[in-house]
Design a protein around this ligand. Structure first.
Ligand SMILES: *[C@@H]1O[C@H](CO)[C@@H](O)[C@H](O)[C@H]1NC(C)=O
Ligand SMILES: *[C@@H]1O[C@H](CO)[C@@H](O)[C@H](O)[C@H]1NC(C)=O
Ligand SMILES: *[C@@H]1O[C@H](CO)[C@@H](O)[C@H](O)[C@H]1NC(C)=O
Length: 288
């Protein structure tokens, strides 16, 4: 039996979130592009000895905006590699406008309210005209809320921080979402990056917890469709322990889209066993 050597890097980014911090106020100032460039420089500069290894760049949630930019920058320098994204925020319009559809598909809002919003808002729920009162009323009725209290308790625990080698005293109270970030959302869409990476021969697995309402599978599916890739293996279930764990669709040039059934934002948190099987099959170049 041979063994596989794997160098796994976990980057806690961006500055001001998680356990990442800056010693100066200026250091906290960042944005999509600046963040992507610093993520790109970090492994290339600090671990050049891994340059010749196959490279897998992965991220969840808002990393959907950053990972394709980093990967494209890397693809200018080295051979095609691999890209893995879960419930990735990708495009303000595709992702934003899909939510209302998803609320209806998930039976969270009535068909009547959905049809009313669809017609009053003309299927545009992001850039709503201030004067469009009918649309505003419908959107007011549709509201969302989700919360994770326990992760804050866990990450603030001094013993957890010790185990993670967090510099003592740097983060007293960990917050899930740092709402006071000095951050420029300077990229509105990375759909064109996905098209470019697919053309350059990057393998990609994009997966969606199908119960996630933060970045819905409906939005992810709609930007993937806009790439016009050919379908190689159409929508079918993938199975773990004899149960349907989700559905997948394989596009040309090794671009796989998969849903993880019953999982929220983000999938491995809710379905660790199924998500691990999916990952293992994909990284071993097997069909899901
Ligand atoms: C949140 O970000 C601000 C800067 O934008 C920083 O001053 C603050 O320390 C961060 N909060 C946490 C809990 O990391
Ligand atoms: C995909 O096809 C549509 C309809 O033919 C076209 O409008 C769009 O520009 C195409 N997109 C890409 C990325 O080729
Ligand atoms: C798909 O990925 C495999 C493994 O990296 C590679 O050998 C193959 O050429 C790729 N196929 C396409 C169509 O890009």
């Amino acid at each position: 039996m041979g063994s596989i050597w794997l160098a796994l890097g976990f980057l806690d980014a961006l500055v001001g979130t998680g356990f990442s911090y800056s010693r100066t106020a200026q250091g906290f100032k960042t944005g999509d592009m600046k963040h992507a460039i610093s993520c790109y420089n970090f492994p290339r500069k600090s671990h050049p000895k891994y340059d010749s290894n196959p490279l897998y760049v992965a991220g969840d949630s808002y990393s959907g905006m950053i990972v394709p930019i980093i990967t494209q920058a890397i693809s200018d320098d080295i051979e095609p590699n691999h890209l893995l994204l879960g419930n990735p925020f990708t495009d303000a319009k595709f992702d934003g406008n899909s939510k209302i559809i998803c609320y209806n598909r998930m039976a969270l809002i009535s068909d009547e309210l959905y049809e009313s919003a669809k017609s009053n808002c003309k299927q545009e729920y992001i850039d709503v005209e201030i004067s469009n009162r009918m649309c505003a009323n419908d959107l007011q009725t549709i509201s969302e809320n989700y919360y994770c209290y326990l992760c804050k308790v866990w990450a603030t625990d001094i013993n957890v921080q010790k185990a993670l080698h967090i510099r003592k005293g740097s983060i007293k109270e960990w917050v899930k979402c740092n709402k006071s970030l000095d951050y420029d959302d300077d990229v509105a869409s990375v759909v064109s990056y996905h098209l470019c990476l697919n053309t350059r021969g990057y393998r990609a697995l994009i997966y969606s917890g199908d119960h996630d309402l933060a970045v819905t599978y409906v939005g992810t599916e709609s930007w993937i469709k806009s790439l016009n890739l050919s379908i190689v293996d159409d929508w079918r279930p993938w199975i773990v322990d004899g149960q349907v764990a989700g559905y997948s669709r394989e596009y040309g040039n090794n671009f796989t889209f998969a849903t993880v059934k019953g999982a929220g934002h983000t999938a491995p948190e809710y379905k660790p066993k199924e998500s691990f099987s999916m990952f293992k099959r994909w990284i071993s170049q097997q069909p899901l």
